[in-house]
Design a protein around this ligand. Structure first.
Ligand code: TXA
Ligand code: MG
Length: 311
């Protein structure tokens, strides 16, 4: 995508109001948390979430952490019970993300969860993050605000160095205290999915021993194979064979089209929703060729995983 003007906002009432306005308009806003600066977008807005992946240049659609101001708000999006509820009560707000089953009517973009039926939620403690989440009054998807493969940013200057021109604004509130991403816990049995800013020992005072990484869904690579449609997929198809439904891209005849105009951000935004819709038709799915540039790389990665034989 062509570069846009990136505003540097102060974490005062006017800056937070402008940041919230930009989020509501589908924009991308970097904001400080106590761990690292996040690259935030409205987690209900497919295009905003697709733009996060585009800005980061992520080669894959990993599920993103959704930020909310408190446990009560988190419960609009996920079922947080048992040990997860105890952890939320004990450590939120703070550097802990919890993976929990999606709640009915959650309204989150399927791109946020990468098509999974769980979501990672976090309640950051940083006052600027709290202010922004309360004024915006909606869920904010936010990975660290760096280009994929680069070091996570702990100042607004780091964010600008990596992403200037790729986001609408950054809220500058100085350096982050923790400097390490949040610890992620989830799964059944409850497992440490990512070590981070909250020590495992502290978590285990509440939960008892956690299962190690590897017990549940852990590495992004494993995660990616988790969502697969029931239907078989045939890639790089220009037309449908008899009995197939066709997922199109660009101007062409198709049952559903990722983007008639050939816009890869729009295609990413539509990807999981369209796959679910076609899957419901219980017929093999043919998928048109998608260019491999920009977000096309992540789209092709996801399609290849969905098309891979599974046992
Ligand atoms: O400190 C942090 O957590 C920072 C700040 C900005 O809050 N955020 C952050 O977000 O690191 P993100 O989106 O980069 O973290 C994504 C990771 C995924 O790679 C995956 O490991 C895990 O969160 N994750 C997200 N959703 C998941 C799910 N449904 N199941 C398992 N793991 C999930
Ligand atoms: Mg990161």
């Amino acid at each position: 995508m062509t570069d846009i003007e990136t505003a540097v906002l102060r974490a005062d009432a006017a800056g937070i109001a402008e940041a919230a306005r930009l989020l509501a308009a589908g924009g991308l806003v970097s904001f400080p948390t106590e761990t690292v600066y996040g690259l935030g977008g409205d987690a209900r807005n497919d295009i905003a979430v697709a733009r996060i992946f585009d800005a980061k240049g992520r080669p894959r659609f990993n599920p993103l952490i959704v930020h909310v101001p408190d446990l009560e708000t988190a419960r609009r999006f996920a079922r947080i019970d048992g040990p997860l509820a105890a952890l939320a009560t004990g450590f939120w707000p703070g550097p802990l993300s919890l993976v929990a089953p999606l709640a009915d009517g959650h309204g989150l973009s399927p791109l946020v969860t990468a098509g999974l039926d769980t979501v990672a939620l976090r309640v950051p403690a940083h006052p600027a993050a709290q202010d922004l989440l309360r004024v915006f009054d909606g869920p904010v998807a936010a990975p660290s605000a760096n280009r994929s493969g680069r070091i996570s940013p702990t100042t607004a200057a780091h964010v600008m160095a990596g992403l200037n021109g790729k986001l609408d604004a950054v809220v500058d509130a100085g350096a982050c205290a923790v400097g390490l991403e949040s610890t992620i816990v989830g799964g059944d049995p409850l497992a440490l999915l990512r070590p981070g800013g909250l020590a495992q020992d502290d978590i285990e005072t509440i939960t008892g021993p956690l299962a190690g990484a590897g017990a549940g869904i852990t590495a992004p690579g494993q995660l990616s194979s988790h969502y697969a449609p029931d239907a078989t997929l045939r890639l790089n198809a220009n037309t449908a064979h008899p009995g197939e439904v066709l997922l199109g891209f660009g101007p062409m005849q198709s049952d559903l089209n990722l983007s008639v105009s050939g816009d890869l951000i729009e295609a990413a935004a539509n990807l999981f929703g369209h796959l679910h819709s076609l899957d419901a038709m219980a017929r093999p799915i043919a998928v048109a060729p998608i260019p491999k540039c920009g977000l096309g790389q992540a789209i092709n990665d996801r399609l290849a995983r969905a098309a891979a034989p599974r046992g």
